[in-house]
Design a protein. Sequence first.
Length: 276
Amino acid sequence: MTKKVTVDKVEYGAGSLPLIAGPCVIESREHSLKMAESIRTITDSLGMPFIYKSSFDKANRTETNSFRGPNIDEGLSILSEIKKEIDVPVLTDVHLPDQCSLVAEVVDVLQIPAFLCRQTDLLISAGETGKVVNIKKGQFLAPAKMIFAAEKVSSSGNENILLTERGTSFGYDLVSDMTAIPTMQTSGYPVIFDATHSSQVPGVDSSTGGQREMIPVLAKSAVAAGCDGLFMEVHHDPELAKSDASTQWPLDQLEGLLTTLKKIFDSINPFIIAKP
């Protein structure tokens, strides 16, 4: 039985397909507000619950001179404005234990990056905030082992946990094994599928490459496999994105893809009555 996890007005495990979406990194105040408003308009029209995501610091960029985002204070200020002006819950990454309490003053979901999913102090500190914690599965980790990451958060007394599948290392590439979704669901926590990072091709030149054209294939497969929600990085012009340009989904193609995904979800959940 999957636990119900509530993020403001968004409820996981309640018969809907919530979407976490937004640009990889905060590029500017104006861009962030525009993206949040545009994505909300699309999700509202489809009746899909929506959480806005963007990072104030991409601390795991390949090169030292890559764009990392604004500082934590500016980033949290922008996310706070989005939360108030666009009226959506917000999510961002934390990288260090001492960031958690400050970030929790603003955001609704603290996200643990995949590379940090075994960092005990970070997981416990995130849990101690009482906020929902989304743990991304490390590319190096077997799906069944995610229960131990979840237990580190729950040891703080916080059971508001989401788990996210984002592909598994296979040599120098990533593969997506959809059996990871039901395997991680045995933990009892909702499992989200990250369709954009799962399309990455690591080790390409000086930055991480990707196969954007495979995002729909991966997303449709994950919904059919029974994921509890989706995660997608979205940009109005991915080629101009300051981070993960090769794997962000174009904003002008988002509605079409979500429409297809919702049809798949509805077809495998025929007894769920949509709320008016």
